[in-house]
Design a protein around this ligand. Structure first.
Ligand code: FES
Length: 100
């Protein structure tokens, strides 16, 4: 095992892209999770924020719904629910506020 301490970004953004084959339950992939994750990754690269903001795709974060993806930012523990492609600009503003 190898341990690194005090290493990492100011904000690590997890975007749920979970998919369920069972169509009786919602999942973030079907409500735009991949689009949200891709948009955030492109933004981080374009704004040269890679040392401050990491974006990772995740499995289910427990707030499944039929509107938009679930996003959580650590270490701030700030949750964003029902995130759609249209709400990504506001999400970016919120992330910038978290890393100031
Ligand atoms: S499938 Fe995304 S929060 Fe559950």
């Amino acid at each position: 095992m190898f341990v690194r301490e005090k290493f990492g970004p100011k904000a690590h953004v997890f975007v749920c892209v979970n998919v369920r084959d069972d169509r009786t339950r919602s999942c973030c992939l079907r409500v735009g999770g991949e689009e949200v994750a891709s948009a955030l990754k492109e933004w981080v690269i374009a704004e040269n924020l890679r040392d401050k903001v990491w974006v990772s795709r995740s499995k289910c974060l427990g707030f499944c719904n039929s509107v938009g993806a679930t996003v959580v930012v650590y270490p701030q523990q700030k949750w964003f629910l029902q995130v759609t492609r249209e709400s990504v600009p506001v999400l970016k503003e919120q992330i910038v506020a978290l890393i100031r």
